[in-house]
Structures are given as structure tokens and as C-alpha cells.
Design a protein around this ligand. Structure first.
Ligand code: UD1
Ligand code: CA
Length: 460
């Protein structure tokens, strides 16, 4: 059976008082509409269709391939919005799930329950309801004696008696497609607001003597719709609790879940400990047994196993295993630290590979560089990678000792096992096993060739 989702996202979201369309406001690092799409995907079999209107191009660009889009112009109500999709879906689907796109906490399982209910409903559609003390301006659900839905009454037309009803219309429906397209044409314009209301479909079914089923959502939180920034913050907090809970159940320790800010798609391995005030953003992947934070911000980065990242910032960077980083280290895009690298305070690395065992203990800038295994970067070392016009590369071999305050004027290469004196300004390539000093640095000595593995200085 073909089931297709329709997301209604044409409204402006005036009460957000924002230049950004409402459905693009981020929650746990992803736009509101992305969350709605995830839920819809879990419950449908075909590529979803989004109805866009306000800031249509921006919303369409954000959706990319994840949904087809149909433009509703002007926006004449929820039924009118669904009508725009008829030409795309008529004859191509058995069931249609219609969902408003400002409810990012709604779960896929809940929509799936709605679809399952409709599959066994002899009537034309089913809808989600919730019972809540605070009616939030939602439409009220009136039931028949047999438990099926009699009507949805919008708040502004409800009688005092109807206003007392606490069962509310969530804004998610599953329709038999053939019935829906026909019914939409029969919904008349609401005289008060001049809009076509999808909720009026209930009345049509009831007139035909066909049952409309209600599926009650148990978890009220799922049905929080966003109309204002206050709702946005409420949903963000709930989403964060939900995400953090999932990680804890998967074996991640969160010392203080209230101060762990983890985006929805972040992955974390077991026995990793997240300390307070830590932000894991975007597509970040963290392996097992790491200790991250406190006071750490990581975006779109990959971390292996058993690393320690203390009070540091990473973006678009990668750590292999057993890396020890911080406090106050900064990795920018393209920084890649190999196994057992130690990076201490006030270092910055960008577009560079530090091979296994490299040590960079104190304030240094490494950009556009490749550094061989077990090399030591002395305090204050700078790769002068920018000549004011272009970026240039620095290549440093294995087991090199870069003295404190060395300036490596790129492009430049330092051979394996070489050393630079303190404050050397290296402007020319240095061969292997060579000591250079001064400004500009000159070779003063060929070094005896010995490897750290054999133990430096142990031979006579
Ligand atoms: C709607 C329901 C109400 C329900 C509430 C739950 C109707 C008539 N009422 O009211 O019963 O309790 O949601 O949140 O459906 N949209 C379009 N095109 C339009 C109009 C709206 O795409 O022409 C989209 C909006 O972007 C939004 C959704 O439909 O995502 C709901 O519209 P909105 O105006 O927010 O409806 P409510 O008044 O909240
Ligand atoms: Ca709404």
C-alpha cells in the first residue's frame, strides 16, 4: 500500500517576529521542518511533498532532495494547501498523511500508529488528538456516542461549553486518497476567516455517515506546536532532554544532562563521558571511552576512542585514538591529529596532519602543514603559511625537534630528525639530521643519526 506524506509549511509564522521562515528555525541543530520530515518518513512509503508559500524558495532550498515541493500562492487555509498537491499525487497513492510542519517533537511511531488505524478504518480518515489542560488555542474535538469524531471546532467559533473540551486537534491526519481529493473540492470557504479549513473534512464524512477515527497521543510533549519564540525554547529543551536520554540509554555518561547540548544527528560511543557545558554540533561523531569537556564546543568533527578534549574548540576536525587535547586548544577545518598526539594549551591547528605521537604542548599555530610521527613542536612555533597573497605548505619529517619560538616561513621542508634552535627563522629547506639556528636559520651542524625508538642519547 502506497502511503505519501504531505507537510504543510506555507504559513508565515507571523508570531515568531522573524525574518527567517518559521519552519527553518533550528531545533537541536536542524530546521524545524527537518524534524517533521523525519517523522513523516518513518510512517510513509513514498517521497513526501511539502506545501510551501512564504519564503518558498528558501524553504525549498533547505529541503533539497528530501521532499518534493508545491507552491501555495496565496495561502487560503489548510484545506486549500492540501488541494495544491492533488495534481501531483492523484492516482499515485492509496493513503495520504497530512501533517503541520511546526510540531518537531511528533514521533514517527505516532504517525505510524495513525496510519495503521486508518488502514483498518472503514471510514475515510483518522486523526491525532491529545488531551491537555492547556488548550493552546487548538481546535476542540467533539466525539459521537460510538467514539468516532463528530466535529473539530476552532477556538474562535466554539461555544462556552465546547471551550471546556480538553481533547484537542493535534494537526495530523491520515486520509484515503480517493476520498480526500473529492472532499477537498466540497469544503467551503470559512465565512469568518475567508479560508478553507481541512478540519471541515470531518463534517463531510459525518454527513456521509462515514466514521472518522481518533488516535490519542499519550505524550503531550509530542504535540507542542511552535507559534512563538517561547514555544521554540520549550521545544528545544524537550528535544534536548530526549536526545540526551537516548545517549544515556546507549551507555554515554552525561555528568550534567541539563548542560549537554547535543545536536540531533550527533553519534557518541559507549563509555564516553560528556562533562558540563559541552556542545556537540552538526554531524559530529564521537567514539568510545572519550572524555569531552567541560566547556568544549565541537562541530562537524570526528573523534576516535579514548581521547581527552578539555575546554577546547573543534570545527571540521578529526582526532584518531588516545589524543590528549587542551585546555584551550583550537582545531579548525582540516585539522587531523593522529594517535597519541598531545596538544596542550593555546594551540591552533588548521588544514594540517599531525602524525602519531606528535607533541605540541604550548601556544603554536600550525596551518597547511604535515608533521611526521613523534615530532616535537616547541612553544611558540608558528607556520608562517600566508605571504599576504597565497597560502603555502610546511612539511616536517619524523622525530624532528622544533625549538621554541621557531618561525617556519612556508613553503618550507624540514627533514626527519633535524632540530631548530630557539627563535630560528627557517626560510629554506632543512635536510635530514641537521641542526639549524638563527635568523635566517643556517645549518651549523650535521647531527648524528639516531632514532627515538633506539633511545635518543643512549649511544656513546
Ligand atoms: C490548526 C488547526 C487546529 C489545530 C492546530 C494545531 C485548522 C483549521 N486548524 O490551527 O484545529 O488544533 O492547527 O496546531 O487546520 N498552512 C499552509 N497554508 C495555509 C494555512 C496554513 O500551509 O494556507 C500551514 C501552516 O504553515 C502550518 C499549518 O498549516 O504549518 C497549520 O496552520 P495554522 O494557521 O498554524 O493553523 P492553526 O490556526 O494553528
Ligand atoms: Ca499553528
Amino acid at each position: 500500500m502506497k502511503v505519501t506524506g504531505i507537510l504543510l509549511a506555507a504559513g508565515q509564522g507571523t508570531r515568531m517576529k522573524s525574518n527567517l521562515p518559521k519552519v527553518l528555525h533550528p531545533i537541536a541543530g536542524r530546521p524545524m521542518i527537518w524534524h517533521a520530515l523525519q517523522a513523516i518518513r518513518a510512517a510513509t512509503t513514498e517521497r513526501p511533498v511539502a506545501v510551501v508559500g512564504h519564503s518558498a524558495q528558501q524553504v525549498t532550498d533547505t529541503l533539497g532532495d528530501s521532499a518534493r515541493t508545491v507552491v501555495q500562492e496565496p495561502q487560503l487555509g489548510t484545506a486549500h494547501a492540501v488541494m495544491q498537491v492533488e495534481s501531483v499525487l492523484n492516482g499515485k497513492t492509496d493513503l495520504v498523511v497530512v501533517c503541520y510542519s511546526d510540531m518537531p517533537l511528533l514521533r514517527g511511531e505516532t504517525l505510524l500508529k495513525l496510519v495503521e488505524t486508518q488502514k483498518s478504518n472503514p471510514g475515510p480518515f483518522s486523526l491525532l488528538t491529545v488531551t491537555a489542560d492547556d488548550p493552546r488555542g487548538f481546535g476542540r474535538i467533539l466525539r459521537q456516542k460510538d467514539g468516532t469524531v463528530k466535529a473539530i471546532v476552532e477556538e474562535y467559533v466554539a461555544t462556552p461549553g465546547e471551550l471546556q473540551v480538553r481533547e484537542l486537534n493535534v494537526g495530523a491526519y491520515c486520509f484515503r486518497a480517493d476520498w480526500l481529493w473529492n472532499a477537498l473540492g466540497r469544503i467551503s470557504k470559512n465565512p469568518r476567516k475567508g479560508e478553507y479549513y481541512l478540519t471541515d473534512a470531518v463534517e463531510l464524512a459525518v454527513k456521509e455517515g462515514l466514521p472518522v477515527q481518533a488516535v490519542e497521543v499519550d505524550d503531550i510533549e509530542e504535540t507542542i506546536g511552535i507559534n512563538t519564540r517561547a514555544h521554540l525554547a520549550e521545544v528545544e529543551a524537550t528535544m534536548r532532554r530526549r536526545i540526551n536520554h537516548r545517549h544515556m540509554l546507549n551507555g554515554v555518561t552525561l555528568i550534567d544532562p541539563a548542560s549537554a547540548y547535543i545536536d540531533v544527528e550527533v553519534r557518541i560511543g559507549r563509555d564516553t563521558v560528556i562533562l558540563p557545558n559541552t556542545y556537540l554540533h552538526g554531524s559530529t561523531e564521537v567514539g568510545e571511552g572519550n572524555q569531552i569537556g567541560p566547556n568544549t564546543i565541537i562541530r562537524d568533527s570526528r573523534i576516535g576512542d579514548r581521547c581527552k578534549v578539555l575546554a577546547s574548540v573543534m570545527e571540521g576536525a578529526r582526532l584518531e585514538d588516545d589524543v590528549d587535547m587542551g585546555p584551550f586548544a583550537r582545531l579548525r577545518k582540516g585539522a587531523h591529529l593522529g594517535n597519541h598526539v598531545h596538544m596542550g594549551n593555546f594551540g591552533e591547528v588548521k588544514d594540517s596532519h599531525l602524525a602519531e605521537g606528535v607533541k605540541m604542548g604550548h601556544f603554536s599555530y600550525i596551518g597547511n602543514a604535515r608533521i611526521g610521527a613523534n615530532t616535537n613542536i616547541g612553544a611558540g612555533t608558528i607556520t608562517c603559511n600566508y605571504d599576504g597573497d597565497q597560502k603555502h605548505d610546511t612539511e616536517i619529517g619524523e622525530e624532528v625537534f622544533i625549538g621554541s619560538d621557531t618561525m617556519l616561513v612556508a613553503p618550507v621542508r624540514i627533514g626527519s630528525r633535524s632540530r631548530t634552535g630557539a627563535a630560528a627563522v627557517v626560510t629554506k629547506n632543512v635536510p635530514q639530521d641537521t641542526l639549524v639556528v638563527g635568523m635566517p636559520a643556517r645549518a651549523i651542524k650535521k647531527l648524528e643519526r639516531k632514532s627515538k625508538k633506539e633511545g635518543r642519547g643512549e649511544r656513546p
